[in-house]
Design a protein around this ligand. Structure first.
Ligand code: F0G
Length: 362
């Protein structure tokens, strides 16, 4: 299919015909996108039944998460519209991306974060990229409500995923998967927080299907953290809680779009516990060399839950069909959240600086 020479120039350059940009749009890019789709022999073996598993490693974007795909669009369009400042609520990755792209564009970025609930790497990014950071005494849902209120009265562009240009940029991940596989996968598994990303992937898959660039549509399976699972439970969670702070969200903005994606594709919304998330995070790092943040590991934990020997009560498929091609999106880099990794560092062996002492320890 496509083998674009533009793949190293960012998602707007690579996928321009499919994005709402014109020659008048000033492209603000950090060469995001074109992330690797890594075949995982060990996950494939675990799932068995002739299935092949691929990991879309979005942590390799410029600010370490998939948000860069949407932010190149949101910031480019904001600048095109004359914005001098942008604002977002975030659990950390949106703010990192907004801050970086705003810095690149030379405009002001304001970020509202839930105090005490942002992973250290993400907080460092917001400051290093020079945004104005306000930690609010509330959760992400409160922060997003405030952002909407501020956007109504102030001349500041909102770059959360309620901004439709965000989803347009993020849908390019589906294009890339189809480009590499030569068709859409059979099953796509991903974490769900504010629910924009799964909606964007579904948009991208449907678009390329309609254009005849894919012969099929994948079943979209979204995983929420058990303590923050409004879509799974079908009701707003007032006090969401999970170790996967990126998806600690009780009232997702793209709830209905995401629900439609999962339902219309014949997929499902399910949950994974914090223990399952942490186990999957370690498993992926130690077995495939792919270090992702906890929220991203929800995809892998989810896949393990979908494994062939465990009949699923939630999913209309019950089992992942034999011979399926499965893609799991891992959304953010493991270095974003060093505190969660701290436990793994415990038990470090110390030795005098002598070869024999070291060999004795091995
Ligand atoms: N994974 C990571 C690493 C995230 O940062 C997010 C969302 C998600 C998954 C879920 O994606 O919200 O589109 O369903 N992070 C947002 C933020 C909320 O503020 O960075 P979603």
């Amino acid at each position: 299919m496509f083998s674009s020479p533009l793949h190293d120039r960012g998602v707007i350059a690579r996928w321009r015909p499919y994005l709402p940009v014109t020659d008048a749009t000033p492209v603000v890019s950090l060469n995001e996108g074109s992330t690797p789709l890594i075949h995982s022999p060990k996950l494939s073996a675990l799932v068995g039944r002739g299935c092949e598993v691929f990991v879309k490693y979005e942590g390799l974007n410029p600010t370490g998460s998939f948000k860069d795909r949407g932010m190149t669009m949101a910031i480019s369009k904001a600048v095109e519209g004359g914005a001098k400042a942008v604002i977002c609520a975030s659990t950390g990755n949106t703010s990192a991306a907004a801050a970086a792209y705003a810095a690149r564009a030379g405009i002001t970025c304001i970020v509202l974060l839930p105090a005490g609930k942002i992973a250290l790497g993400k907080l460092a990014q917001a400051f290093m990229y020079g945004s104005k950071v306000v930690a609010i005494d509330g959760n992400f849902d409160d922060a997003l409500r405030l952002v909407r209120e501020i956007g109504e009265t102030e001349p500041i562009a909102i770059v959360n995923s309620i901004n439709p240009f965000r989803l347009e940029g993020q849908k390019t991940a589906s294009f890339e998967i189809i480009d590499v596989l030569g068709d859409a996968p059979d099953v796509h598994i991903m974490p769900v927080g504010n629910a924009g990303n799964i909606s964007a992937y579904w948009l991208g898959y449907r678009e390329f299907h309609q254009l005849g660039k894919a012969t099929k549509l994948p079943k979209m399976i979204g995983f929420q953290a058990a303590g923050s699972a409004p879509i799974y439970y079908g009701k707003v969670v007032e006090n969401p809680d999970t170790i996967a702070t990126a998806i600690r969200i009780g009232n997702p903005a793209s709830w209905s779009l995401a629900s439609a994606a999962m339902k219309d594709s014949g997929g499902a919304c399910d949950i994974v516990t914090d223990e399952e998330i942490l186990a999957a995070q370690r498993w992926l790092a130690a077995n495939e060399g792919i270090f992702v943040e906890p929220a991203s590991a929800a995809s892998i934990a989810g896949l393990l839950k979908c494994q062939s020997d465990r009949r699923c009560d939630v999913c209309p498929m019950r089992f992942i069909p034999e011979g399926s091609r499965i893609v799991c999106t891992v959304t953010g880099h493991g270095l974003k959240d060093p505190d969660v990794a701290k436990d793994a560092i415990r038990g470090i062996s110390t030795a005098p600086a002598e070869k024999s002492a070291i060999l004795r320890l091995l």
